[in-house]
Design a protein around this ligand. Structure first.
Ligand SMILES: NC(=O)c1ccc[n+]([C@@H]2O[C@H](COP(=O)([O-])OP(=O)(O)OC[C@H]3O[C@@H](n4cnc5c(N)ncnc54)[C@H](O)[C@@H]3O)[C@@H](O)[C@H]2O)c1
Ligand SMILES: O=P(O)(O)OC[C@H](O)CO
Length: 350
């Protein structure tokens, strides 16, 4: 096992909710260098050791110098939203060397901006138009040892010190082992899997179903229908995963059902909350205007809808949610459509 992680600080890129939660988790084992683009925030963190109403470990130091980050840390955790990820990699890439290891925590996809403006259903996208975050890292840097962090990891609970688990997906044993070494603690169990793609797809796709679950809750509906949404939603996630080249098993582990249950049932989830407010009757423009960072699932929904066309997938929940979010489709009609949908078999995958 490489010894770099304990001898050097471990870097985090993105001082938002998840970056901050990960910083305190890492600080049980290692010194941490937390990168933010905002100089005043860096100064505040280093002077007060507090951020987002949380006490930071004295082992956490902040910087706004990407070169310092890359030179000080071999192991880096990029945790910026998917819509900023490629831009962030453009800035970071020139500072990276083949010895760096990147384990990202971002749950979304990258796609050309044109795709998000193009509402023409007749134009599907293909898999090559869409990248996972590990693919973006490979495209934008010389780094090869990449991984992802995926699981039921609501930042607010982690910041309160509550226990949970995660899974590190990577094709490389040393990425999994070093990730476990720096992150494991009595609060945090770390699994490993070679199915990097499956862990990334599960983490991104569950956000769509979390929006749907929030919609039902916002409509005042109960646990029976929420359970069915999660069950059939998981089925649609498997369909997408199989079409995009991952194994089904990823969807039945920590990154799949684990994160789906957490995100689709918690008011601390932005995706669930976005759906809840829709279900309560709020206009999308009003929700967007008052959510500082848009729920990842909204972008993922746009990409998934087009991928479904490309792969000819039968994914009625994804279709209905797309219509609700982007075409003002009536929520009650969508629920009626799904309840009367001619689903033929209960479980049709292994
Ligand atoms: N919040 C959670 O509970 C949670 C848990 C697991 C995974 N995630 C995933 O982590 C990612 C980030 O979520 P979050 O909750 O931390 O979001 P957030 O909005 O709280 O924070 C994102 C941070 O990234 C920074 N950022 C954006 N672009 C950047 C750039 N180019 N360079 C450097 N910093 C940049 C922003 O300034 C912000 O501080 C998302 O993909 C999310 O799905 C979140
Ligand atoms: O819905 P979010 O973006 O708050 O995130 C939920 C996390 O992905 C939980 O693991």
């Amino acid at each position: 096992m490489p010894s770099i992680a304990v001898e050097q600080p471990v870097g985090i890129i993105g001082a938002g909710s998840f970056g901050t939660a990960i910083a305190n988790l890492l600080a049980y084992n290692v010194d941490v260098l937390l990168y933010s683009r905002q100089a005043p925030l860096v100064q505040q963190i280093n002077e007060t050791h507090r951020h987002l109403d949380v006490d930071l470990s004295p082992r956490v130091r902040a910087t706004n110098d990407l070169q310092e980050l890359a030179q000080s840390c071999t192991l880096l955790f990029p945790v910026v939203p998917s819509n900023s990820f490629r831009k962030m990699m453009h800035s970071l890439g020139p500072h990276l060397r083949p010895y760096h290891i990147l384990i990202h925590g971002t749950k979304g996809f990258d796609a050309p901006e044109q795709l998000f403006q193009d509402t023409d259903d007749g134009k599907p996208v293909s898999r090559s138009d869409v990248s996972t975050m590990s693919e973006v890292i490979l495209q934008e840097s010389v780094v090869r040892r990449v991984g992802c962090l995926s699981g039921p990891n609501l930042a607010s609970e982690i910041m309160e010190g509550q226990p949970t688990a995660t899974v590190i997906g990577s094709a490389y044993d040393e990425v999994i082992s070093i990730g476990k070494q720096v992150l494991s603690s009595e609060h945090f169990h770390v699994f490993g899997t070679y199915d990097l793609l499956g862990a990334e797809l599960a983490g991104a796709l569950k956000n769509i179903i979390a929006i749907g679950s929030g919609v039902l809750k916002g409509k005042g509906l109960g646990k029976n229908i929420q359970a069915m949404l999660i069950t059939r939603g998981l089925t649609e996630m498997v369909y997408f995963g199989n079409a995009m080249g991952s194994q089904s098993s990823a969807f039945f582990g920590t990154a799949g059902i684990g994160d789906l249950v957490a995100t689709a049932t918690s008011k601390d989830s932005r995706n669930f909350t976005f759906g809840y407010r829709l279900g309560q009757g709020e206009a999308i423009e009003d929700i967007e205007a008052t959510m500082p960072e848009l729920a990842e699932g909204v972008r993922t929904l746009q990409i998934a809808r087009k991928l479904a066309r490309h792969y000819k997938l039968r994914v009625p929940i994804t279709d209905m949610l797309y219509k609700i979010v982007f075409e003002n489709f009536d929520i009650d009609r969508a629920i009626h459509f799904l309840i009367t949908y001619p689903y033929d078999v209960d479980v049709d995958f292994i």
